[in-house]
Design a binder for this molecule. Sequence first.
Ligand code: ADP
Ligand code: MG
Length: 286
Amino acid sequence: MTNADTHVGTAAETPGPSGATAQEARLPYRIEIKDLNIYYGDFLAVEKVNLAIEQRSVMAFIGPSGCGKSTVLRTLDRMHEVTPGARVEGQVLLDGQDIYAPNVDPVLVRRTIGMVFQRPNPFPTMSIYENVVAGLKLQKDGRHRGRAMDDIVEQSLRGANLWEEVKDRLSKPGAGLSGGQQQRLCIARAIAIQPEVLLMDEPASALDSISTLAIEDLIRELKSQYTIIIVTHNMQQAHRIADNTAFFNLAGVGQPGHLIESGPTHVMFNNPKNQQTIDYIQGRFG
Ligand SMILES: Nc1ncnc2c1ncn2[C@@H]1O[C@H](COP(=O)(O)OP(=O)(O)O)[C@@H](O)[C@H]1O
Ligand SMILES: [Mg+2]
């Protein structure tokens, strides 16, 4: 192989350990959504989504109520199809592998991906400790026992910025925490399974402004390790935390939602291309 050969096809996708330009250092896509149609029974809720999400970045989904933000999010960990009659057409590639391929076990997909919901939902009768390990216990191989569990609990709670507040009361019920603490507990539970991707559906919408900012700080920290997709109806929040933003819209009630435009957040907010995006962003900010 000549010198020329070794350079062809490698320079662009393999940034060197040092001295790589910003462009070369761009991370590969972790998730690629291809021609995705999402149905509830006969109802086409979201039509023909094509979107790539870079690894270790924050992507925000914005758009009016009913445009399909939550529906798209739930297709990314195969939770959508848990609703009777719900199905998809198209592909969702996670690291190049279609999670909808016939040989893929949806349970395994859900274990690779952590989900955080709008309302903090710790298991009310379980302790803080038990809440963090709840997802791990579902893993059949029983790898995590005793000391290892303790370490995972500490790491996950530290990761969720909650450790210092709860380390002396791990055996107390999770339900005894404040709303913001409960949501961080749910984030700890989600990251305890060591997911590659974290999905968050309006994770701060039930929280006060101080807890919201704590969650936003946490999201900014977590993106160094995880690919994060967050649904938010709060445009300022998208502006503050998201590297990239995707705007969804629908023509009217009963019509399918569409992805209208996506791109770097600063472009989406300052210089969007599509008139629908412009109208939405001006309407919501103005
Ligand atoms: N479980 C369900 N069964 C039937 N239709 C649903 C269900 N959940 C959501 N939808 C419909 O799918 C569309 C998208 O909803 P959703 O994803 O919740 O929007 P968003 O999160 O953007 O507000 C809406 O028309 C909604 O009524
Ligand atoms: Mg929603």
